[in-house]
Ligand binder design. Structure first.
Ligand SMILES: *Cc1c(COP(=O)(O)O)cnc(C)c1O
Length: 396
């Protein structure tokens, strides 16, 4: 057997195992991206699966900023930031981001995944203990694995369990606590005021991953901390620029020494190319749009309310969602992907989410409106949820 035949055979076995476990994933084809109605695998559907929550990815100001930056500065940074990839646009964006979240400084990373796997090992290591919410994002989990710190998982959104764990590890050199602001699969909010109080009392550093709160929550869209009146109080915050900000990249914000440490020690910052000018310019434009055009946020919440009330009145179980992310729980896990496919045929795309992305027994469709949906598009989607759900016995 040739080497590539043996590779093929070994991987085929792995893939069969995934198929048997109902965990096989594949790529869908979209004719156009980020529009409220698009074509998926040849079918016209209302898109309820995008994290472009505010619709900024097609906003004329972002598109124009990306185009101008490309025309002026080219398509690539051509190097890592530390070698020849730094550019005034970076520092302009970092200053704007720091101001936006009320921190002393910010550092841009190529993605949120890289920010988390780069940052955590840069600030915690041997002799330290990391306390991670049970539903913390995969990139935070991987960051813990890459650090040499011991990781303690505490019960989801439970400050008491966290406090007990912090007390039991009082001797740790450093204590780092990891939470999401808005949990990406459940749409529930972290109890930030209580978590922050516990961390302050026990001398732990709170790291808030606000990838889904940024742009969306708070009076000015500054995220979960602003929502709770805690802007500027969280020692370490990060978020992506690729979701509600309609651009690409990610940021970490905190004290100046954090920024310097990350430049010196975060491998996910050091050993990767700097973002292209277009991404920096469209991120800057997004921050300005958030400030000048609060209507996008208002429309997102209006659409979310409409969708949430519609789904609930049809009899769907949306768990404890308090935000724009609406999990539609499906009791029988084997129905999740057939339901998702039947909805596609009926003109709606809401992605099915199964283990390992969510715990066993908690399969769901993840549904999100965008600011750009028209009411009649959402009504069309609700009608499909009604018809298909009844036919499949998911609702009665
Ligand atoms: C999407 C996401 C990330 C990763 O951000 P990218 O820029 O897409 O790599 C990190 N944390 C959370 C909670 C996310 O939802």
């Amino acid at each position: 057997m040739s080497a590539s035949d043996s590779l093929r055979a070994a991987l085929s076995t792995d893939l069969d195992t995934l198929r048997e476990a109902g965990q096989y994933r594949w790529l869908r084809h979209f004719d156009s991206l980020q529009e409220p109605v698009t074509r998926v695998d040849g079918r016209e559907v209302v898109l309820l699966s995008s994290s472009n929550y505010l619709g900024l990815a097609r906003h004329p100001r972002l598109v124009a900023a990306a185009r101008e930056a490309t025309a002026r500065h080219g398509t690539a940074s051509g190097s890592s930031r530390l070698i020849a990839g730094n550019h005034p646009l970076y520092e302009e964006l970092e200053e704007a981001l720091a101001l936006f979240v009320g921190a002393e400084s910010a550092l841009v990373f190529a993605t949120g995944y890289l920010a988390n796997v780069g940052m955590i090992p840069a600030i915690a290591g041997e002799g330290d203990v990391i306390f991670s919410d049970a539903l913390a994002h995969a990139s935070l989990v991987d960051g813990c694995r890459l650090s040499r710190a011991r990781t303690e998982v505490f019960r989801h959104n439970d400050p008491q369990t966290l406090e007990a764990a912090l007390r039991a590890n009082a001797e740790a050199r450093r204590k780092l606590v990891l939470v999401d602001g808005v949990y990406s699969m459940d749409g529930d909010l972290s109890p930030l005021p209580d978590l922050l109080a516990v961390c302050e009392r026990e001398g732990a550093w709170l790291l808030l991953d606000d990838s889904h709160g940024t742009g969306v929550l708070g009076e000015r869209g500054r995220g979960t901390a602003e929502h709770f009146g805690l802007a500027g109080r969280v020692p370490i915050q990060m978020g992506t620029l690729g979701k509600s900000l309609g651009s690409f990249g990610a940021w970490v914000a905190g004290p100046r020494e954090l920024r310097e440490t990350l430049i010196n020690r975060a491998r996910g910052f050091i050993f990767t190319c700097a973002l292209p000018p277009a991404a920096l310019a469209s991120s800057l434009a997004a921050l300005r749009v958030l400030e000048d055009e609060p209507e996008h946020r208002a429309r997102l919440w209006e659409n979310t309310r409409h969708l949430r009330e519609g789904l609930r009145s049809l009899g769907y179980d949306l768990g404890g969602s308090e935000t724009h992310i609406l999990p539609v729980f499906i009791a029988d896990a084997s129905q999740v992907m057939p339901f998702c496919e039947a909805l596609l045929d009926a003109g709606v795309f809401a992605q099915g989410i199964r283990p390992p992305s969510v715990p066993e027994g908690a399969s769901r469709l993840r549904v999100c409106a965008m600011a750009t949906h028209a009411k009649d598009q959402l009504d069309r989607a609700l009608e499909a949820f009604d018809r298909v759900g009844r036919r499949m016995g998911i609702i009665s």
